[in-house]
Design a protein around this ligand. Structure first.
Ligand SMILES: [Ca+2]
Ligand SMILES: [Ca+2]
Length: 422
């Protein structure tokens, strides 16, 4: 470390830069700051444009936009609430900023319809960065939900990097306990699945409520007794998932029943068709009461954990930000029940809780204070890392100011030192 005299100069320089917010020599390389608060049950965040506005999904049906420190309403739609129902997912079209793209200013939402209580994915268009047009609504696909069940709606939607045509849609098993109708293993229903549909073509020209096409390379195209929208199946409640923005690998965090939480992996080059095991398997064990041994073709999660670690996994994404020391290149996730946050190797290799890194204490020591009720992570347009708390905040993970100061001041001192030494 630097001698005391140099630390004094460094501190003076830091103060003059207005950056000194933590004691020099603090070991933590990461800091947290609140970027939005006072939100109503936020569940997801997105930042489609570099340095641009944040869009926060509120469970009750509103998308808030946070720009220049001001929070306003971007879009508000009627949704069913109660249980795990609500506005659940948001995905900006990859062509959102491209005037020549069919997806210009288009985004997609996933919500529970207030009348039918079915899952609906619909698109809307923005009229500006601060406002969407409710009249631009186009219903894309509807997924029947079983009556009277208010949980396991999943709801995440997303695009694989480099593929602007196909929207991925996570559906839960429709609810209740132990998937009583065995929907997740039934390839003739859309529940308990990862779906993949082409949103730039329409196979249902005569139907104004179905506006998508089946990608020709989906794994069950032409297979009797299956729905060709299915990309992968055997999922219980894949509430929060994420594409690796660099590699295109897909991470699916499936919330467990009563024994195991799990994280699943689909490599970017995969042809799809994976069976992730639910309701036969819960994590890496036979589902208590209804399960059994791993059957041929079933895929184990790359990570599974029991109740000593948590009770409800919240999937994140692979962090790609060189500024976030230690997290860069890792897959980040949390547990909603235990409020713990971990990261692990992002190559899709099998991991255990002995091999993950626990970030809970380091992040709780940040300026945002103790983090809790984590329901989502968000990756900004240039790798920014956001954490969404159901209690109403969006928190950003940033480099420890002292680290920045140390780097800047260290470089300045080094240059000065060299200059004097000559
Ligand atoms: Ca149509
Ligand atoms: Ca599974």
């Amino acid at each position: 470390m630097l001698p005391t005299a140099k630390r004094g100069r460094l501190a003076a320089l830091s103060l003059s830069l207005g950056l000194l917010a933590a004691p020099l020599g603090a070991s933590a390389a990461l800091q947290t700051s609140v970027v939005a608060s006072g939100l109503s049950a936020p569940v997801a965040v997105a930042q489609p444009q570099p340095g641009g506005a944040l869009y926060v999904v509120e469970l009750g049906g509103t998308i808030k936009v946070v720009a220049g420190g001001v929070t306003s309403t971007f879009l508000s739609i009627p949704v069913a609430t109660g249980g795990e129902q609500g506005l659940l997912g948001l995905a900006f079209d990859p062509g959102y900023a491209d005037p020549s793209s069919p997806g210009h200013r288009r985004f997609f939402v996933n919500y529970i319809d207030p009348t039918s209580r079915d899952t609906i994915v619909a698109s809307y268009r923005a009229t500006s960065s601060l406002l969407a047009d409710p009249a631009s609504r186009v219903e894309v696909i509807r997924v029947d939900q079983p009556a009277g069940r208010s949980n396991h709606k999943a709801g995440w939607i997303g695009f694989k990097p480099g593929d602007a045509n196909n929207l991925y849609i996570a559906t839960g098993d429709g609810g209740s306990g132990n998937d009583p109708d065995n929907f997740a293993q039934n390839r003739n229903v859309l529940l308990g699945k990862m779906l993949r549909i082409d949103i730039n073509r329409d196979d249902f020209a005569a139907d104004p409520l179905l506006n998508y096409a089946i990608p020709a390379d989906n794994p069950f195209v032409g297979v009797a007794g299956t729905r060709a929208e299915i990309w992968a199946y055997g999922l219980r409640n894949p509430f929060r998932n994420g594409f690796d923005s660099v590699t295109g690998n897909l991470w699916i965090a499936d919330v467990g029943q009563s024994a195991r939480e799990e994280i699943n992996f689909i490599a970017a080059g995969s042809a799809g068709g994976q069976n992730f095991g639910w309701r036969v398997r819960e994590g890496d064990i036979a589902t208590p009461g209804v399960g059994g041994a791993l059957q041929p073709g079933m895929v184990d999660p790359v990570l599974s954990y029991g109740r000593s670690f948590g009770s409800t996994v919240t999937g994140g994404h692979v962090v790609h930000s060189a500024r976030l020391e230690g997290l860069d290149g890792q897959y980040l996730f949390a547990d909603y029940g235990s409020n713990r946050i971990w990261s692990m190797a992002a190559d899709g290799s099998f991991q255990t809780m002995a091999s993950v890194t626990n970030w809970t204490a380091a992040l709780n020591a940040g300026g945002a204070g103790t983090l809790g009720g984590i329901v989502g992570f968000g990756e900004g347009a240039t790798g920014e890392l956001f954490i969404v708390e159901i209690g109403g905040r969006v928190v950003q993970v940033v480099p420890e100011p002292a680290s920045v100061v140390m780097m800047l001041a260290g470089a300045a001192l080094l240059l000065g030192w060299r200059a004097r030494a000559r």
